[in-house]
Design a protein around this ligand. Structure first.
Ligand code: ARG
Length: 582
């Protein structure tokens, strides 16, 4: 059930019945201020303007035709032609009753689901993942989970950087280690050190440099021995990443890794096609697509190099091949890319080139969902004290340690103490939840400051606060001697706080719809935060276990259960776990 959709449909019919031509949006939204009803329909103004009629009169004729019996308790016209709708409490109670008894909380699957290919995480394999990778990994994973929930078919693509000249250097290094009798897995245990070693070697040792270059050539020409070393490197690196995904509760699996090298054989074919279509032309020996559509302020077209003068292919060439594969082989209807905002021009270039070359069918949606940087307290990109990138594995470990410490120190009632095992397991969920939530709850297009104390706080818009809202309900049920899973009570909506909470709960469907369209996870975070806050004030205002009657107690328990279920599902869609005790 989606309140906004139900109301929109009804206002839309009323507009037609009132003689307003088709095509005007009823503009139904939740009211922002108390006293203006629960929802507003603001479409009368737009229609009146276009029809050159008095907006209040138009609003009146819409209201005269509006069929909301049993749904609204009052409809009024305000200001220049706003229609304020007050929802009926009994109707709300019924809606919430059925939503709260449904696994999907009353949210139907899409009638026309899509096949969505989501490109996210996608680190380069030469190094270990660093803190910045949290963004694409967690934002992408949240959106994928949400779309899957709405009924879409999701194909995850981890477009890892597993190709390029740096692999020659890494292979040369690996070969040296193995000649000394070392196992590849051992040599690559610390990828970061390994990378630095080989870079140092490369910069200081001319022989090594030459060997590295030879390896690049051999790798590109498909030399079996060199390929085998490269495979080794790739596997170790991928399994490092897989470890991180598992700790972060990210749904990417090894099968989702489809790196740049996958497209190697298609690149020559693709460039030839671009040439044949007259899209790519020679410029200083290179093959370049010039895009007038993306011209700079001097009117010069934007150049996309698809093949270098030395014959090598580029990042853009691979992305074009990947787009074609995703549309034609994977049959995508929607391509989503979760990549930072520094690659916005690159994405525009490949989208446009692919469309012009007919690599993607016209119906396919092409979407880049960019995000900003993670900054330190000083407002500069987050780095270690020595100025290095912070390893993601270190961030994860520190989050778990800090969270466990906080859980360990919390005051507890007698008899409610936690064992050390429980503390660690709660620490994991709280720590991981905190870093993910800190990232997801910020408007993704902005930069944000990484702040341990803020993200681990039990107050405010944080992961721990939301997890705590769930445990609060769990503990109410424990005290009531009822089971959260199997309890059912009949909901009545009487108090103002009950009504506000009921409406908020029923708006979950609208939020899911919005996030599945715009891919801004913070919208879901803000919703869950508002829900948790409303629950806390409901809990203050409306006694649950000490309610005046058994009916009221049952109703309020059922409302609380709806809160717990919404919180669990909402956090799960963000890839965050809840727990019974904290
Ligand atoms: N590996 C790239 C990087 O680290 C990101 C790849 C994103 N996906 C893509 N299809 N271009 O910058």
């Amino acid at each position: 059930m989606n309140i906004r959709t139900s109301l929109s449909e009804r206002v839309q019919s009323a507009m037609l019945a009132a003689g307003i031509p088709e095509g005007y949006n009823p503009h139904v939204t939740p009211s922002k201020k108390p006293g203006f009803g629960d929802y507003q329909a603001n479409g009368a103004m737009g229609a009146a303007k276009a029809m050159k009629r008095n907006p209040r009169e138009i609003a009146q004729s819409i209201v005269d035709n509006l069929q909301l019996e049993g749904i609204a308790s009052k409809i009024e016209i305000a200001g220049p032609g706003f229609i304020n709708i007050h929802l009926d409490q009994q109707w709300l109670a019924q809606q919430l009753q059925s939503a709260s008894q449904d696994e999907r909380l009353g949210i139907e699957k899409k009638s026309a689901p899509l096949t969505v290919v989501a490109d996210y995480s996608s680190p380069n394999l030469a190094k270990e993942m660093h803190i910045g990778h949290i963004r694409s990994t967690c934002i992408g994973d949240a959106i994928v989970r949400i779309l899957e929930f709405t009924g879409d078919t999701l194909i995850r693509q981890n477009h890892v950087g597993d190709w390029g000249t740096q692999f020659g250097m890494l292979i040369a290094e690996l070969e040296e280690h193995m000649q000394d009798g070392e196992h590849a897995e051992f040599a690559l245990k610390d990828l970061e050190t390994f990378y630095k070693q080989s870079k140092k070697h490369f910069d200081e040792d001319e022989d090594f440099k030459k060997r590295a270059r030879d390896y690049v050539v051999k790798l590109q020409s498909g030399d079996a021995d060199v390929l085998a070393l490269w495979e080794k490197f790739k596997n170790v690196s991928l399994s490092h990443n897989q470890d991180i995904y598992q700790k972060l509760n990210v749904s990417l699996t090894a099968e989702d890794a489809c790196g740049e090298s996958f497209y190697n054989d298609d690149l020559a074919v693709l460039v030839k096609e671009l040439k044949d279509k007259g899209l790519s032309v020679e410029s200083d020996g290179a093959q370049v697509v010039f895009l007038q559509e993306l011209a700079d302020k001097n009117g010069d077209p934007s150049p996309v190099i698809v093949q270098k003068a030395d014959g090598g292919y580029l990042y853009a060439t691979t992305d074009l091949a990947a787009m074609r594969y995703r549309c034609h082989t994977l049959k995508a209807d929607r391509l989503m890319y979760f990549i930072d905002d520094r690659q916005s021009l690159h994405m525009k270039q490949v989208f446009l080139t692919a469309q012009k070359a007919n690599f993607v069918p016209p119906h396919v949606l092409l979407e880049h969902h960019p995000f900003g940087k993670i900054l330190g307290q000083d407002g500069k990109p987050y780095k270690t004290r020595e100025g290095n990138a912070v390893k993601l594995s270190d961030v994860i470990n520190e989050a778990i340690e800090r969270a466990s410490e906080i859980v360990r120190k919390r005051e507890r009632k007698e008899g409610d103490e936690l064992s050390e095992d429980q503390i660690i397991s709660i620490g994991e969920k709280v720590g991981i939840g905190a870093i993910k939530y800190a990232d997801l709850s910020k408007t993704r297009t902005n930069d944000y400051i990484f702040d341990w104390d803020a993200m681990l706080s039990f107050e405010g818009n944080t992961g721990p606060y939301l997890q705590y809202a769930y445990t609060r309900v769990a503990s109410i049920f424990r005290n009531a001697g009822e089971s959260l899973d199997t309890f059912t009570g009949e909901i009545v909506v009487e108090e103002e706080k009950e009504k506000e909470l009921a409406i908020k709960l029923l708006q979950f469907a609208e939020i899911i719809e919005q996030v599945s369209e715009d891919a801004f996870p913070h919208v879901l975070c803000t919703y869950l935060y508002d829900l948790a806050s409303l629950f806390m004030s409901f809990y203050e205002a409306c006694p649950i276990l000490k309610a005046d009657s058994a009916e009221l107690r049952a109703s309020r328990l059922q409302i609380s259960k709806a809160v717990a279920k919404t919180m669990t599902l909402g956090l799960d869609l963000l890839g965050i776990d809840v727990m019974e005790k904290m």
